[in-house]
Design a protein around this ligand. Structure first.
Ligand SMILES: [Zn+2]
Length: 105
């Protein structure tokens, strides 16, 4: 549901403003989608993008009275597949061969 105040404000805009607003909305959607992919118990220390895969160096808190928390940091690879975000545990070091391939199997 679009709030009434936003809708009536949008209806008053001219075409060029509407195009700019559409770009803004698309950017906000993609940023929000990226944040939602990230579980709350992970702290991202580094990000490396290669091809369609994003590698993140993360510190993970499992949060169940664990004495080893937080764990890592470890590298994880993330990519989109069939509309879903897939991930793969890489380890303590991000190998250069891993990033050259672009896609993690
Ligand atoms: Zn733990």
């Amino acid at each position: 549901m679009i709030p009434k105040t936003i809708q009536s404000a949008l209806e008053r805009q001219d075409l060029s403003a509407l195009y700019e607003i559409r770009e803004l909305v698309e950017r906000l959607i993609s940023e929000r989608a990226r944040v939602d992919d990230l579980p709350a118990n992970r702290e991202v220390l580094k990000v490396h993008t290669s091809g369609s895969t994003t590698y993140r160096l993360e510190r993970v808190s499992c949060g169940k009275n664990c004495k080893g928390c937080p764990h890592g940091p470890y590298w994880y690879g993330y990519w989109r597949e069939g509309g879903k975000t897939r991930s793969k545990y890489i380890g303590k070091n991000l190998m250069s061969t891993e990033t050259k391939k672009g896609v993690v199997e």
